[in-house]
Design a protein around this ligand. Structure first.
Ligand code: AMP
Length: 215
């Protein structure tokens, strides 16, 4: 199964993708995570992407499509893919069609997380993750049970993304509206888009996704 999770930054795509990974043994393909890893490793892709990401703008279509192609090549053909944060432009949507065809895969579902933008800014600027295991937290919605200690792995190191500040978040939202939201009709024409309320509780969103995938 191959699915796209679509929605503006902070809609909960990463959280839901992680749950699908745990429940269904699928693989999360997050171009944002891949780019952050490239920036951290100081690869040529990382060097090119760093400043663009810090401004909240989009990295080139060629770079991200190449990253996705490489990940699919490295994956077992039977493992389902969850595209998280890709495609983000019409050119990427076209590239994804070609990449999937080349790998003998087809797109089953596009799940759009419907959210209120103003609430998202608060959600994003409050978020942080465990530096060791990547578990996600939020100042307002989900603090560690014991202050300063990760619930999952016990680490006391946490980190925040440099692009999770209000100004950059506003740019990321504008990029979503201008370049990503317009790709929805491509998938609507194929009858594979399902909208769900991304402002619901995390568990309810997961349940809604499971219902769609079971259908
Ligand atoms: P994300 O983790 O998905 O919020 O992505 C973080 C940042 O990485 C974005 O604001 C972009 O600068 C860049 N990025 C991630 N995925 C893509 C993509 N598919 N196309 C272009 N830029 C991307």
């Amino acid at each position: 199964m191959n699915i796209i999770l679509l929605g503006p930054p902070g809609a909960g795509k990463g959280t839901q993708a992680q749950r699908l990974v745990e429940r269904r043994g699928m693989r999360q393909l997050s171009t944002g995570d891949m780019l952050r890893a490239a920036v951290k490793a100081g690869t040529p892709v990382g060097l090119e992407a760093k400043a663009v990401m810090e401004r909240g703008e989009l990295v080139s279509d060629e770079i991200v499509s190449r990253l996705i192609d490489a990940e699919l090549t490295a994956m077992g053909a039977d493992t389902g893919a969850i595209f998280d944060g890709y495609p983000r432009t019409e050119a990427q949507a076209q590239a994804l069609d070609e990449i999937l065809a080349a790998h003998g895969r087809k797109l089953d579902y596009v799940i759009e997380l419907d959210v209120n933008e103003d609430a998202l800014v608060e959600r994003i600027t409050g978020r942080f993750t465990c530096a060791n295991c990547g578990e996600g937290y939020n100042d307002d919605y989900k603090r560690p049970a014991q202050l300063g200690v990760c619930d999952r792995c016990g680490s006391t190191e946490f980190k925040r993304r440099p692009d999770d500040n209000e100004q950059t978040v506003r740019t990321r939202m504008a990029e979503y509206r201008a370049k990503t939201a317009p790709i929805l009709p491509i998938y609507e024409a194929r009858g594979i888009v399902h909208q769900i309320n991304g402002m619901a509780e995390i568990d309810q969103v997961t349940q809604a996704i499971e219902t769609i995938l079971a259908g």
